[in-house]
Design a protein around this ligand. Structure first.
Ligand code: PEP
Ligand code: MN
Length: 332
């Protein structure tokens, strides 16, 4: 339920309303906008007499929210959420390029790629240390050592870093990581989501291989229900009958999610296509569709990458793409 408040509501009356709602075991969330403030109410709101609230001096309107996601809902929080990383912002008109290798392989590799993508305009460095691989015999990532190397690259370049967590036991290693990624395979690992809701760091939440937009938003809701409101949603392609591409990029997810939610939405054209030649056109299309950023795999030597070489751009191709993205940003 949302209570739309009149301009400059009387603070005492507002406090009284909040206390009353909380006495009914409901949670409240105040979203203060420049023009309008909204009091979101979560819980079993069937116990509330809407007419009673509607009659209050400070109240403009009251509406029930049909969707099962509340905190993530734009009706709850009309203004865009902006993720502030200090060196850059994501969302609310701020676009960020995130780039780096699928997996961290060596100090030389991650440092080289980090410097190259920074020079080309990337604002965040990606790199996997814990890798979710289909085969248990495939390279599983450098794990703890990978995080260490990623943090060295952060120190050397000043770029904030994003890397994937696969299990709660890995969390202590993420102290200096700027954004924690929840991969597609873990989108519905609800215990992991709840625990990340208690972390005070942005979470990059990727859409599951067969996850609907509502399921993605419900996963964001799991994190937000525990108090962490800093979430970046990521469309990374879904499983369809098409086998030419690794996945099928659902570009309409971008404007759809941005209508349904206030959370920033980024696109991963690398995992969506699986083919490096298709990454630039899809990156440009995603930018035109209104994405708040892109996450792109870049490798210094894609032919010899230990993971996802076929979809990785060279630093040169990334630099060329970055310029073209800027042209789209100028006109969108
Ligand atoms: C990744 O970003 O390296 C990754 C494994 O992505 P996804 O979870 O989207 O497959
Ligand atoms: Mn990858």
């Amino acid at each position: 339920m949302v209570v739309i408040l009149k301009e400059n509501p009387d603070k005492q009356q507002l406090n009284k309303l909040v206390k009353w709602l909380e006495s009914l075991h409901l949670k409240t969330h105040l979203s203060e906008g420049a023009q309008q403030s909204i009091l979101g109410v979560i819980g079993d709101t069937s116990v509330v007499d809407i007419e009673l609230i509607q009659a209050l001096d400070i109240v403009e309107d009251v509406k029930r929210i049909q969707e099962p996601y509340k905190n993530a809902n734009r009706k709850f929080h009309p203004a865009d959420t902006v993720i502030d990383l200090g060196t850059c912002k994501i969302g609310g008109g701020n676009f960020a390029l995130i780039a780096g290798p699928c997996s961290i392989e060596s100090e030389e590799q991650i440092l080289g790629v980090a410097r190259a993508v920074k020079a080309a305009g990337a604002r965040v460095l990606r790199g996997g240390a814990f890798k979710p691989r289909t085969s248990p015999y495939a390279f599983q990532g450098l794990r703890d050592e990978g995080i260490k190397l990623l943090l060295e690259a952060k120190k050397a370049t000043g770029l904030p870093v994003v890397t994937e967590i696969m299990d709660l036991s890995q969390l202590p290693l993420f102290d200096e990581v700027d954004i924690i990624q929840v991969g597609a395979r873990n989108m519905q690992n609800f215990e992991l989501l709840k625990a990340l809701g208690r972390v005070r760091k942005p979470i990059l939440l990727k859409r599951a291989l067969a996850g609907t937009l509502q399921e993605l938003l419900m996963s964001a809701e799991y994190i937000m229900a525990e108090g962490n409101e800093q979430i970046i949603l990521c469309e990374r392609g879904i499983r369809t009958f098409e086998t030419y591409t690794r996945n099928t990029l659902d570009l309409s997810a971008v404007p759809a999610l941005k209508t349904l939610s206030h959370l920033p939405v980024i696109v991963d054209p690398s995992h969506a296509t699986g083919i490096s030649r298709l990454v630039p056109p899809m990156a440009l299309a995603a930018t035109a569709a209104g994405a708040d950023g892109l996450i792109i795999e870049v490798h210094n030597d894609p032919a010899h990458a230990r993971c996802d070489g076929p979809q990785s751009l060279t630093p040169e191709a990334f630099a060329d793409l970055s310029k073209r993205i800027n042209h789209i940003l100028e006109v969108r």
